[in-house]
Design a protein around this ligand. Structure first.
Ligand code: HEC
Length: 158
């Protein structure tokens, strides 16, 4: 009896996770407010971590040491040229402090939206270079070097 219940819930959970992969949250362009076209996403990024992110807009890699390390090297390849090796800012703004042109960046959803869809000028859509899983890793590294006020770190809040 009990086993059957567990089995049923497991099947149900799989079904729910399976179908919710597309969207529980709606991702929008940081400037235009239009819904982001995820069909531009590079292959290989639809990992369990990304599926989890799409449920509530929280990055599961924020507490994952290995992912943070991977994110650091991805950042060095694709972002440091414009944002600086310590995300101190160069052509693009600094990313480690708590001043954001786009205040929504204080949430993981907002940060992802700027990465995937891009913003003004030189900040092009990053789907050209990275898949969505890699973006989450880069985001986790950016969070890990945060120097701003803890109060402003909305991504840590429930
Ligand atoms: C070719 C240069 C360039 C590259 C490469 C680049 N950026 Fe940017 N980035 C910019 C510029 C310029 C801006 C300012 C755009 C704006 O204000 O709309 C910006 C803005 C941002 C913002 C918004 C900051 C804020 O204060 O709101 C984030 C976050 C960001 N970039 C992250 C990244 C990450 C992560 C990568 C690598 C995956 C990356 N960028 C790659 C130039 C670049």
């Amino acid at each position: 009896m009990k086993f059957k219940t567990i089995l049923t819930s497991a099947v149900l959970a799989t079904a729910i996770i399976g179908t919710s992969a597309q969207a529980d949250i709606t991702l929008r362009h940081a400037l235009l407010g239009t819904v982001l076209d995820m069909s531009f996403a590079k292959k290989g990024g639809n990992t369990p971590a990304f599926k989890e992110f799409m449920k509530e807009g929280r990055n599961p890699y924020n507490t994952d040491e290995k992912a943070i390390k991977d994110g650091e090297s991805l950042y060095m390849t694709g972002c440091s040229g414009c944002h600086g090796h310590e995300a101190e800012g160069k052509i693009g703004p600094g990313l480690a402090d708590d001043y954001w042109t786009y205040p929504a960046i204080a949430t993981d959803k907002g940060l992802f939206e700027v990465l995937f869809g891009g913003a003004n000028g030189m900040m092009g859509p990053q789907y050209v270079n990275f898949n969505t899983d890699e973006m989450l890793k880069i985001m986790a590294w950016i969070r890990s070097i945060y120097t701003g006020k803890p109060k402003k770190a909305k991504w840590l809040k429930k």
